[in-house]
Design a binder for this molecule. Structure first.
Ligand code: F6R
Length: 614
C-alpha cells in the first residue's frame, strides 16, 4: 500500500509528481502530499487528508516551483488518515523530506532512543521516526545524506520503499527498498522513481527494478548509482517496459472496473496466446517444460494467495487434482506464514498474486523456499517482487488492473491455472487426451463466450436496481463454483459495502439457512454440471422460506427458470471453465449495485490494490 513518486530533471516536478500520484492512487487514497526543492533551495511540503484531487486543490496558489521532488499517496498503517500523518515527513531542521511505503516494525524503540536525544514528533507515523533518525545520524556522524540513509536503514526492522531529498544536497534523490517495490525510470537527462512503472511509462520505457537492501543514488546529470546497505556497489540491470499509456486510461468507460470487466475477451486471448494453439490439444507452459523434473517428482502442491487470488487458488486446487492427481492444499498466505508450515523439497508451492507485491504472499514464498520447496508464481505484474522471488512461473498477461476490485486478473488467474493443470496432467500422464482436448477447445472459445456473456450487462444493470435495498446477500455454489460464490460475495461487499457471504450450497442447511427471509436475496451459481440436480433442491429450500433467488444458469435451463425469481443465462461451457464464465455476471451485478448505491467502485473505502503491509 501507499504509492511513492520522485522526479529529478529539468522539467517542473510538480506536474509529473501529481500525475504519477493519480496513477498510483489504487495503492492508497486516504491522504497525499508532495515535497519539492525550489530554485532558492527552499523545501516546500504540501500534504492533506483525502485524495490526490484534494492535494491539487490544496496546492493551488502555493509555490510549486522546482525540478526535484518526491510525493506520496497514503493507505494508513500507523496513525489515522489526517494532514499531520500524511507524507512527506520532514526532519527536525526541516531540511530533509521523506516518503515511505511499508512498515517500520521497530519504530517504537527507535522513537524512544531519539526522544532521549531531544527529538520531538508531530505525527503518529513510523515514517517520521525514520526521517528524524536519518538527520540525527547525518548530524552526529557529519556524513553525507546517502551515508546517513544507509546507516539508518541498518537500524530498521520492517519493510520499506523510500525516497529522500535534502536541501543541503538539492540535486540528489535517494531511494531504497526492502520488501516494498521501487522502480527507477531512466529518461533523457531526467530520472523518475515510483512504486510501479505506471507513473514512468509516459516519459521513458527504460527502468531499473531496485532489489531488496539496495540504495539508489540519483544525482542530476550523473548516471544512476546503486549500492547495497553493506556499501557494496550493485549491478544496474536496465529493462525495457512493455506497457502503454492507453492501458492506464479508462478508454471511455465511467470506471476502470467496468473497463476491465469488458476487456476480458481480449485479456483471456492474451493469456492463452502462445500457450495453446489454434488447433490441437497441446498446452505449452515454459515454466512446466523447463522444470518438468519438479512437476514429475512433486508429492504435493500448496497454493498460497490472498483475497481474490486465494479464490482462484481454490478453483486451481480442483483443476490440478482432477488433471494431475496430485494432492493440493490452498492456504491463505497470511495464515501459512505464521503456521510453522510443513513444507519439504518434494512440495511445489504455487503463489498467486495479481500485483506480485502482496506482503503476506511474499513472506509465504520466502518460507517455502527456505524449506526447500520449488516455488511457482502466477502473477500479473511483470518484474514484480513475487515474480522475481519465485523459481519459475506463468504470467497471466491481462495488462494493468487499476480498479481496486479484481476482475480480469481473477479470470486470467483461473485461465492460467486451467492450463497449468492440463500441462502437469499431460506431463504426468494422468489425464486422458480427449479430456485435455475438450478443455483446450473450451479455453480457445472463451473470448467469444465472454463476449456473449457481456451482452447480459443491460439485463444485470436493470436487475441490480431491484436489490439496492438489501443489507445482506448470500452467494451459493457447489463444486467448481463454490469458490465462484466466495468471489461473487467478495466483489459485492468490497465495492457496495453490502454484507455478503459465500457458502457451499449444500452447507446452507447447516447454519446460514436460518438467515433466509424476504429481506435476504440469494445468488445461486447453478450452471449445468454434475451437481445440478442437487443445487435445484437447495434453491427450493430457499424459496420455501420466502427468500428471493437470483440464479446464474446455463441458457435454456427451464427447471430453474420456473423456481427462481430472476435468472441470468450464461452460455453452455464445460464444467472446468464455468467459473470463468459465471464470474462475468457476478462482477457486473456487484458493479451495478455499487454504482446505484453511489459508491466509488474504483476506490472503495479502506481498501488498496496492492497490500504491501501485514
Ligand atoms: C479483491 C482483491 C483482493 C486481492 C488481494 C490479493 O477484489 O483484489 O482481495 O485479490 O489483496 O492481491 P494480489 O492478487 O495482488 O496478491
Amino acid at each position: 500500500m501507499c504509492g511513492i513518486v520522485g522526479y529529478i530533471g529539468d522539467n517542473p516536478a510538480y506536474e509529473i509528481l501529481i500525475k504519477g500520484l493519480h496513477r498510483l492512487e489504487y495503492r492508497g487514497y486516504d491522504s497525499a502530499g508532495v515535497a519539492m526543492v525550489n530554485g532558492k533551495g527552499d523545501l516546500n511540503v504540501y500534504k492533506t487528508r483525502g485524495k490526490v484531487d484534494d492535494l491539487e486543490r490544496f496546492c493551488q496558489s502555493k509555490d510549486i516551483e522546482g525540478c526535484v521532488g518526491i510525493a506520496h499517496t497514503r493507505w494508513a498503517t500507523h496513525g489515522e488518515p489526517n494532514d499531520v500523518n500524511a507524507h512527506p515527513h520532514i526532519s527536525r531542521s526541516g531540511r530533509i523530506a521523506l516518503v515511505h511505503n511499508g512498515t517500520i516494525e521497530n519504530y517504537g524503540v527507535l522513537k524512544e532512543a531519539l526522544e532521549l536525544q531531544g527529538c520531538t514528533f508531530q505525527s503518529e507515523t513510523d515514517t517520521e521516526v525514520l526521517v528524524k533518525l536519518i538527520e540525527y545520524i547525518k548530524e552526529t556522524n557529519d556524513c553525507s545524506l546517502v551515508e546517513a540513509v544507509r546507516e539508518a536503514l541498518k537500524e530498521v526492522v520492517g519493510a520499506y520503499a523510500i525516497a529522500v531529498i535534502d536541501t543541503e544536497d538539492p540535486d540528489t534523490i535517494i531511494g531504497a527498498r526492502k520488501s516494498s517495490p521501487l522502480v527507477i525510470g531512466i529518461g533523457n537527462g531526467e530520472t523518475f522513481l515510483a512504486s510501479d512503472a505506471t507513473p514512468i511509462i509516459e516519459y521513458t520505457d527504460k527502468v531499473v527494478y531496485l532489489n531488496d537492501d539496495e540504495i539508489a543514488i540519483i544525482r542530476r546529470g550523473e548516471p544512476l548509482k546503486i549500492i547495497t546497505t553493506d556499501n557494496e556497489s550493485a549491478k544496474i540491470d536496465i529493462q525495457t517496459l512493455k506497457l502503454s499509456v492507453s492501458q492506464l486510461e479508462k478508454g471511455g468507460f465511467p470506471h476502470f472496473m467496468l473497463k476491465e470487466i469488458f476487456e476480458q475477451p481480449r485479456t483471456i486471448r492474451d493469456c492463452v496466446r502462445g500457450r495453446i494453439g489454434n488447433t490441437g490439444s497441446a498446452v505449452t507452459l515454459s515454466g512446466v517444460i523447463e522444470h518438468a523434473d519438479k512437476f514429475l517428482a512433486a508429492r504435493r502442491i500448496i497454493i498460497v494467495a490472498c483475497g481474490t487470488s486465494w479464490h482462484a487458488g481454490l478453483i486451481g486446487k480442483r483443476l490440478i487434482e482432477e488433471a494431475a492427481r496430485i494432492p493440493v492444499e490452498v492456504a491463505y498466505a497470511s495464515e501459512f506464514r505464521y503456521s510453522n508450515p510443513i513444507v519439504t523439497p518434494e512440495d511445489i508451492v504455487i503463489a498467486i498474486s495479481q500485483s506480485g507485491e502482496t506482503a503476506d504472499t511474499l513472506a509465504a514464498i520466502q518460507i517455502a523456499r527456505k524449506r526447500g520447496a520449488f516455488v511457482y508464481g502466477v502473477c500479473n505484474v511483470v518484474g514484480s517482487s513475487i515474480a522475481r522471488a519465485t523459481d519459475s512461473g506463468t504470467y497471466i498477461h491481462v495488462g494493468p488492473e487499476i480498479g481496486v476490485a479484481s476482475t480480469k486478473a481473477f479470470t486470467g488467474q483461473v485461465t492460467v491455472l486451467t492450463m497449468l493443470a492440463l500441462a502437469i496432467g499431460q506431463l504426468r500422464h494422468t489425464i486422458r487426451e480427449e479430456d485435455v482436448a475438450k478443455t483446450v477447445e473450451a479455453l480457445r472459445n472463451l473470448p467469444e463466450l465472454i463476449k456473449k456473456t457481456l451482452k447480459l450487462n443491460d439485463k444485470i444493470e436493470h436487475l441490480s436496481g431491484i436489490f439496492t435495498y438489501a443489507h445482506n446477500f448470500l452467494y451459493l455454489g457447489r463444486g467448481y463454483n463454490f469458490p465462484s460464490a466466495l468471489e461473487g460475495a467478495l466483489k459485492l461487499k468490497e465495492i457496495s459495502y453490502i454484507h455478503a457471504e459465500g457458502y457451499p450450497a449444500a452447507e446452507m442447511k447447516h447454519g446460514p439457512i436460518a438467515l433466509i427471509d424476504r429481506e435476504l436475496p440469494t445468488v445461486f451459481i447453478a450452471p449445468n454440471d454434475d451437481l445440478h440436480e442437487k443445487i435445484i433442491s437447495n434453491i427450493q429450500q430457499v424459496k420455501a422460506r420466502g427468500g428471493a433467488v437470483i440464479a446464474v444458469v446455463t441458457k435454456g435451463d427451464t427447471t430453474i427458470a420456473e423456481i427462481a425469481d430472476h435468472i441470468i443465462e450464461i452460455p453452455e461451457v464445460p464444467e472446468a471453465v464455468s467459473p470463468i464464465i459465471v464470474s462475468i455476471p457476478l462482477q457486473l451485478l456487484a458493479y451495478h449495485i455499487a454504482v446505484k448505491k453511489g459508491c466509488n467502485v474504483d476506490m472503495p473505502r479502506n481498501l488498496a490494490k496492492s497490500v504491501t503491509v501485514e
